[in-house]
Design a protein around this ligand. Structure first.
Ligand code: PLP
Length: 355
């Protein structure tokens, strides 16, 4: 057989298990799923129904256009929109009963003129990340009636992947202080990583993203999550090269002995970072295979001199349980989030749901 397209297997059972594991870790909180960015690349229409099967009824997206897609597969769910509401999205909010997260006084004014029946927005407050949110003075300027507009108080942690970081203590203190000004609101502070900081941080609702998709959100800990994506790429050619030959663009790699190389049909156009050159690895069964030379648009080359059993037409593992998106991120000088995003977004890999 001859194959040329890479295959991304998505394991929805692993996704569900991860969700349920995180739910066990935060048993007293609502576990919302963050499905922004097309569910981190895995596909809103595939991920949302799977999560509904395990009882998830609260979803976060970044944009109203994403919210519309969630609504089409989750007619009853609560759908929160992190980047909020504005002139460009108010119709989508109305048509799909989306819940805005309001982060600025100007956006709150806009909301008061464009309120949607039956919808209570979320108030995002700034506690240390300095990304988005009402400052303390903005909260203090709210009237008692205005405070009644909101359902939840939300903030986002900067360093929750480092359990002992001073910022966690700082942000929860800020959060709890501002919460006193809004005693009737429910609270949501933590994303995936914050869930592991304990009940204090879990509040009424947690917002699960990366960990649910199998990424390790606490690098100093063994990853407890199951891998959700497995990426395989076909070997197009296996070739013998002699001592002193050059491999790939720029002739950056010179062989020091006779070698057997495999040319694999996957490259940076499929979302692999070019910075993997010199450090990347793929796998065949348990055998680790080093990338050699530069990664090109459609191909990578690797050293299979000592690899047993690999033949043209077979697939190598590019991401699996043992070499995860986090590991590749570490090899490439980035993070697992970006690897997942790149691979899923390329549009070139064949996506198959693992049964
Ligand atoms: C993206 C995002 C999340 C999810 O974060 P993960 O690290 O992927 O769990 C939660 N809350 C906010 C505000 C976000 O922007």
């Amino acid at each position: 057989m001859i194959y040329s397209q890479s295959v991304l297997l998505i394991d929805l059972n692993a996704l569900k298990e991860n969700y349920l594991f995180l739910k066990q870790t935060a048993p007293n909180s609502i576990c919302a799923a963050v499905v922004k960015n097309n569910a981190y690349g895995l596909g809103i229409e595939r991920v949302v129904p799977a999560l509904r099967e395990v009882g998830c009824n609260d979803f976060f997206v970044a944009l109203a256009v994403e919210g519309e897609r969630v609504r089409s597969v989750a007619p009853q769910a609560n759908i929160y929109v992190l980047q909020g509401i504005g002139d460009d999205s108010v119709k989508l909010f109305q048509d799909n009963k989306l819940i805005p997260v309001i982060s600025t006084p100007a956006m709150f004014k806009f909301w008061m003129k464009n309120k949607i029946d039956g919808i209570k927005p979320v108030l995002n407050i700034e506690t240390g990340l300095n990304r988005l949110g009402f400052r303390k003075k903005d909260v203090m300027a709210l009237t008692e009636d205005e405070k009644k507009e909101f359902s939840y108080l939300l903030s986002h942690l900067a360093c929750a992947d480092e359990p002992y970081h001073f910022m966690n203590r700082h942000q929860i203190k800020e959060f709890d202080e501002m919460k006193k000004m809004l005693p009737n609101l429910k609270s949501t502070l933590s994303a995936s990583d914050g869930v592991f900081l304990g009940e204090n941080f879990q509040k009424d609702m947690v917002r699960l993203g990366a960990a649910m998709y199998g990424l390790n959100t606490a690098p100093d800990r063994q990853n407890k999550m199951k891998a959700v994506v497995h990426l395989k790429a076909p070997v197009l050619q296996i070739a013998n090269v002699s001592d002193g030959e050059y491999i790939g663009y720029g002739a950056s790699y010179k062989t020091k002995k006779e070698m057997k190389i495999a040319i694999v049909s996957i490259g940076y156009a499929d979302g692999l970072p070019r910075s993997l050159m010199g450090r990347g690895r793929v796998f065949f069964l348990d055998q680790e295979i080093r990338l050699i030379g530069r990664l090109s648009m459609d191909n990578l080359m690797c050293d299979v001199t000592d690899v047993k059993g690999l033949k043209e037409g077979m697939f190598v593992d590019v991401l699996n349980n043992h070499y995860t998106a986090d590991d590749m991120g570490a090899d490439a000088g980035t993070i697992g989030y970006e690897i997942l995003n790149g691979v899923c977004k390329s549009g070139r890999v064949q996506i198959i749901e693992k049964k």
